[in-house]
Design a protein around this ligand. Sequence first.
Ligand code: ADP
Length: 448
Amino acid sequence: MKVKDKLASQFTFMFAVLLFVVLMGIYYLVGQNRQESFYTKLDDRALTMGELYLAQDNMSPESFKKVVEKYPQVLSHEVIRIYDANYQPVFIKADSVNWSKEIIKNVMERKKLHFTIGDKQVAGLYYEDNSGNFVVIASAIDDTGFQNVQRLAWIMLFSFIVSLIITFFLGRIFATIALQPISKIINDVKIIRATSLNKRLAISKYKNDEINQLSITINNLLEHLEQSFDTQRSFITYASHELRTPLTSILGNAEITLKNDREKEDYKNVLKSIVKESEKLNQLINSLFELAQANIDNSELEKIQLDEVLWEVVDEWGDKPNQVKLEYKLPQDKLKFTINGNRRLLFIAISNVLKNAIKFSNNKEVYCSLSCTDNEVVITIRDNGIGIAANEIKNIFTPFYRAPNAGGHSGTGIGLSLADKIIRLHNGIIHVDSELNKGTTFTILFPH
Ligand code: ADP
């Protein structure tokens, strides 16, 4: 079902409920009103008959005539009975309608009584007179009133159905108008492809309306997509460049050597350089593979005590005795430095940071510490090495990026981007403080 039809149906349903309640209210009030006004008419008829009865002895014929002229109306199916104080019918000829003693007594007690029997409405009046008390009971059926109410019901039903049909179609028109900007967005987004990610949706000046918010959100998403496409593109360019460099060197050396006969020693030297370049290539491919594989599968998650991982890393990479100073400032509660994670990936991430600290400080002392705050486990790795220039810091997590002062040290430029990716996979962050030629401190924070 299309959204506009759904909206129109919901709108129509709400309107139907509201209209139904209002029409029912009106119908009920009109019904009540009909009943009340018919009781008034019945009262009048009962009064007329009472007067008529009294007129026999109390009134002059002229007054009686006036009374009759005043209330000339005879009601449909009208039956009027008069009873004396002994519950006996008087004055009017007895017919098939006879009221029970109980009803007559009731009228006497209450002086005035209204009630219904089926369609028939009944009004009773009690007359107290010096010539003797009596009761008048008038009953009739409000045929005209019922017909009017019934006609009203049909009119209401007809208007109800017609209103709902009109509401549905009007609702559809309004929904179409309201959804037009969304249709425009759909059409605009349809033409955006991977090759045209630089396109943006039009934003109107009414910044706060929801449609505009939607366009802004889609534009932000496009911005991110464009950026990640660009990053991916430059990543592939860098990767192919980095892979090609050792390969070109291998090929060049091999081709030049093959052009002429060489001494045994020359062949050895060339082979050595080929091995060196191949190792570089191997290292690069391994790093790329690790970067691509660095994903957390929930089944691989386990509770990991970070003091153990840090110890393993230091044990693995601290070449000289006491080169890496390890300090723990940990609470008793082991849960405070235990996180859910992947041990192998965490080992790689911390290793990459520590290896850099050792490498870029020319094997000077490196200080590692593990501590906890209320919400986080904090690992710091500090060295007194070559440092990073302030304007380079923002780039060092980009794959293949190497700061200009890193030239004299081996590396691929992937280690930190891999560490950053792994730390983020564990909901952590890595932060760096550095001063050129003084040293660098990496701080890794994991929520516990
Ligand atoms: P690699 O170490 O292979 O060059 P990384 O991705 O690990 O690549 O690091 C990226 C760059 O960040 C390094 O080339 C270097 O310029 C800089 N860097 C990282 N760690 C340090 C450090 N401890 N001291 C100085 N520079 C560093």
